[in-house]
Design a protein around this ligand. Structure first.
Ligand code: AMP
Length: 215
């Protein structure tokens, strides 16, 4: 069973890596950003509490996110196929809370430079129907037809919080919090695997398998 955390700055390619792993194994991909956006869209109590933090590029309070993840991890698909957590944990308290809920077997850290990341984020668009992510500045990630999802033919959308101002805030928040979380996981020898963010699209099937079987 794969119990994986995908760790890296917002836009480092966690969702892309999860999508690639899902082409070979049906491991549940749990993005807390996606879960929160869904809650905001549906006007749930969680969404109402989270919205102002998200719009400001700040972290949603730990308790809200931890409860949400705890509930998601109890669902059948996770119990059957394991999980890849994307965007969680983001703070030391979240990492400690996660250890109480479940036992991780791999933490993948995606490394990337700030400027490369900025361009990637500002060019990022996704399909509102299937969630597939594209990038208008990257040849390998462009849709076949400009502005349309290759699979659903639905118009691609740009996230409200993918703008320059919010990027700077999210980058700073990541820098502040990530050191503690990575140090925490580094105490557990062999748990953390570093991958260059740029190499995610080029990983072969064997390399993807090696990643999940190391779990
Ligand atoms: P993401 O899609 O992962 O970039 O997340 C979008 C926004 O959702 C973030 O800027 C935060 O406001 C919020 N968020 C997502 N995951 C977390 C988390 N683990 N802890 C706190 N806030 C989160």
């Amino acid at each position: 069973m794969v119990n994986m955390v995908l760790f890296g700055a917002p836009g480092a390619g966690k969702g892309t890596l999860a999508g690639r792993i899902n082409t070979i194994e049906p491991i549940a991909h749990i993005s807390t950003g996606d879960l929160l956006r869904e809650n905001v869209k549906n006007g749930t109590p969680i969404g109402k509490k989270a919205k102002s933090f998200m719009d400001a590029g700040k972290l949603v309070p730990d308790k809200i996110v931890i409860d949400m993840v705890n509930n998601r991890l109890k669902e059948d698909d996770v119990q059957q196929n394991g999980f890849m957590l994307d965007g969680f944990p983001r703070t030391l308290d979240q990492a400690k809370a996660l250890d109480k809920i479940t036992q991780l077997n791999v933490v993948v850290v995606l490394d990337i430079e700030k400027e490369a990341l900025k361009q990637r984020i500002l060019g990022r668009v996704s399909c509102p129907q299937c969630g597939k992510i594209y990038n208008i500045y990257n040849e390998k990630l462009m849709p076949q037809t400009e502005g349309l999802c290759d699979d659903c033919q639905v118009e691609l959308t740009h996230r409200d919080d993918d703008n320059e101002e919010t990027f700077e805030k999210r980058w700073n928040t990541y820098q502040e919090q990530s050191v503690d979380v990575i140090q925490y996981y580094d105490q557990n020898e062999g748990l953390v695997k570093h991958i260059e963010s740029e190499s995610v699209l080029g990983l072969s099937e064997d390399e993807l398998r090696a990643l999940i079987t190391s779990a």
